[in-house]
Design a protein around this ligand. Structure first.
Ligand code: M6R
Length: 626
């Protein structure tokens, strides 16, 4: 949801080529994956605010800036929008101005009491141009700055007083023509990080907003205000009490946030997967096959007492959670539930101090997941976050974190984060089993050895994807595609369907293969394409043969069966129009391989349709509203 950037530099930085506008636009380019309904900037120069904004993608704003340039400046803010209040129009684009055009504000989140505040401000004669809640926040800050602080106050103070009246989730950034050397920001339940430079400082929704300029970042806490100038960063709470941010080093490489010769970030990220899995495994076990998850700072004795695990996540991350359930229950014998985070806290769930809540989130900012984690903590549960983004809110608010090391994921459709999440969940499951003595250390060693072979096996799939790509291109006019799987193949089927829906806008559904006969088989008609994810024939025999029967059932009704199976599985050939083989691996680990062909299929098909694979319609990478 919405990308936010702020910058203040001194004149020597400007001489070095860092103009506020350039830095802000570059930041927006990197953050555009967070929302692309509109983009806008404001800079403070020559005693006034200059602002440009345009609906649609960032390229529209860049065109506007070329047609109508704005002055050189040392201070600026920028925004890419995912619309919530008000349609994706020029008028509703941020920044929003107030105080006679001398104050500019950008915002991520939802201000829940905006209607009430708007009435109050209308009563004071304030007028509004947009339908947004952001303009109300801008008007409130402007009103406080101009009327309550009698011109003598500071923008920081006005922001504090405004935040005391705002309800909901927000990151707000403001610049004022009267205070040209600062950007003031506030955060509640919405992401914001500070970047520290020499003679310049930065603000971003995440570190990609300033990754080209500095690797020094500062995490902010809840309900904090930060004022940056070229040489200072001051943090307080909403009432002015000084607060400290936590500095950390950003280990993401700017090059890893570039397409690297691929047509889309999604293609590049699919190809990053061998590395994402390898990096997530790296340094987490010793030569004897013992898991060493030192970063899990939860007392091992408490983990031994856990009698229930609840995995909370949304979207793709929830499908990673479903895979985790099969593995954790198998290895640890602890009942494990997986729940969509937004459903969890509204149903009065049974959670106590012996419950371990494992949240999974690439961004670490998904509001539904964050709120569910908070709720679980309030009920006394222990919380572990599996997360890809250092310094983000969910790990910060959890008892412990197990980072996935997938590197920045820019495409809205999640790929490498999914495989890294599954890998991290396996490590957590094995660690719990080791701690509780559920399985022999020899078995853990064997699973780790199998996991260590996965990156090369993914590479093999990537290198041999020609026929799959050809199939995808030939299917670009399909109206509906179904996906079937059993056991760990079921979440893979769900993920295959989600990928196709979100980037190719094709109706797609994933089913547990056994469920088909209870209704969905009625959808099968002549030529209906059905992908079937087949488990290893070397695993539990009945599982494999049941799925082979399911293939026959749909084929008998006219389906066009497209089968993902393990190399050497000849038994599926007779019932499949096409088989795509993945290398051998134990059944529980198969999702790390069987997902990959489905990702490639979706990306290739969406590309063949001419769609923007990285920025599908109506979506945003990080969903920071409930
Ligand atoms: O950042 P998160 O992992 O918490 O995001 C969760 C979902 O919003 C995300 O996985 C979404 O479903 C992706 N667009 C799927 O490709």
């Amino acid at each position: 949801m919405c990308g936010i950037v702020g910058y203040v530099g001194n004149s020597s930085r400007k001489a070095a080529g860092h103009s506020a506008l350039d830095v802000v636009v570059e930041g927006l380019r990197r953050l555009e994956y967070r929302g692309y309904d509109s983009a806008g900037v404001a800079v403070v120069a020559d005693g006034t605010i200059s602002s440009r904004k345009k609906s649609g993608k960032l390229s529209n704003l860049i065109g506007e800036l070329e047609a109508n340039p704005i002055p050189e400046s040392l201070t600026g803010i920028g925004h890419t929008r995912w619309a919530t209040h008000g349609g994706p129009t020029d008028r509703n684009a941020h920044p929003h101005l107030s105080d006679g055009g001398r104050l500019a504000v950008i915002h991520n989140g939802i201000i829940e009491n905006f209607a009430e505040l708007k009435q109050e401000l209308l009563g004071k004669g304030v007028t509004f141009e947009s339908e947004t809640d952001t303009e109300v926040a801008a008007a409130l800050i402007g009103d406080i700055f101009r009327t309550q602080l009698n011109d003598g106050g500071s923008l920081t103070e006005a922001m504090r007083l405004a935040c005391q009246r705002l309800e909901g989730a927000f990151t707000l950034l403001a610049v004022h023509a009267d205070q040209p050397d600062v950007v003031v920001a506030a955060r509640r339940n919405s992401p914001l990080v500070v970047g520290l430079g020499e003679g310049e400082n930065f603000l971003g929704s995440d570190v990609s907003g300033f990754i080209d300029y500095t690797r020094r970042a500062v995490e902010l806490g809840q309900d904090q205000i930060v004022t940056i100038s070229a040489d200072s960063v001051e943090i307080t709470d909403f009432f002015g009490a000084p607060a400290e941010g936590k500095e950390y080093h950003v280990d993401w490489d700017p090059a890893s946030a570039e397409k690297g010769g691929f047509n889309s970030f999604m293609e590049k990220e699919i190809h990053d997967q061998p590395d994402a899995v390898a990096q997530t495994l790296l340094g987490r076990s010793d030569l004897d096959g013992k898991l060493t998850l030192d970063e899990l700072r939860i007392d091992p004795e408490l983990l031994k007492q856990v009698n229930k695990i609840i995995v909370l996540a949304c979207g793709t991350a929830a499908y990673a959670g479903l895979v985790a359930k099969y593995a954790i229950e198998n290895w640890c014998r602890i009942p494990t539930e997986v729940e969509l985070a937004h459903e969890f806290r509204y149903r009065d769930p049974i959670v106590d101090s012996n419950t371990l809540v494992v949240s999974i989130s690439q961004s670490g900012e998904t509001m539904d997941t964050l709120m569910a984690v908070r709720y679980a903590r309030e009920q006394g549960a222990k919380t572990i976050s599996i997360c890809n983004t250092n310094g983000s809110t969910i790990p910060r608010e959890s008892d412990a974190v197990l980072y996935t090391h997938a590197g920045p994921e820019i495409a809205v459709a999640s790929t490498k984060a999914f495989l890294a999440q599954i890998t991290a969940a396996y490590l957590l499951g094995l660690y719990l089993a080791q701690l509780r003595g559920n399985i022999f250390s020899g078995q853990i060693k064997d699973v780790l050895a199998d996991l260590s072979k996965i990156p090369a096996k993914i590479q093999h799939i990537l290198d041999n994807a020609g026929p799959l790509r050809e199939l995808a291109r030939s299917m670009k006019d399909e109206k509906s595609v179904l996906f079937l799987g059993r056991h760990v193949g079921y979440p893979v089927a769900l993920e295959g369907a989600l990928k196709l829906k979100e980037i190719a806008y094709i109706h797609a559904e994933g089913f547990a293969a056994g469920e088909l006969k209870h209704g969905p088989i009625a959808l099968i008609d002549d030529g209906q394409p059905v992908f079937v994810v087949v488990p290893s024939p070397r695993g539990r025999d009945s599982l494999h043969s049941k799925v082979v029967s399911n293939i026959q059932e749909v084929r008998a009704r006219g389906a066009r069966t497209l089968v993902i199976a393990e190399e050497g599985d000849e038994s599926v050939k007779d019932y499949a129009e096409q088989v795509f083989y993945v290398p051998e691996t134990p059944t529980l680990l198969m999702p790390l391989l069987t997902t990959v062909p489905l990702q490639i299929f979706a990306a290739e098909l969406a590309g063949a349709k001419g769609y923007d694979v990285d920025q599908p319609r109506n979506l945003a990478k990080s969903v920071t509203v409930e």
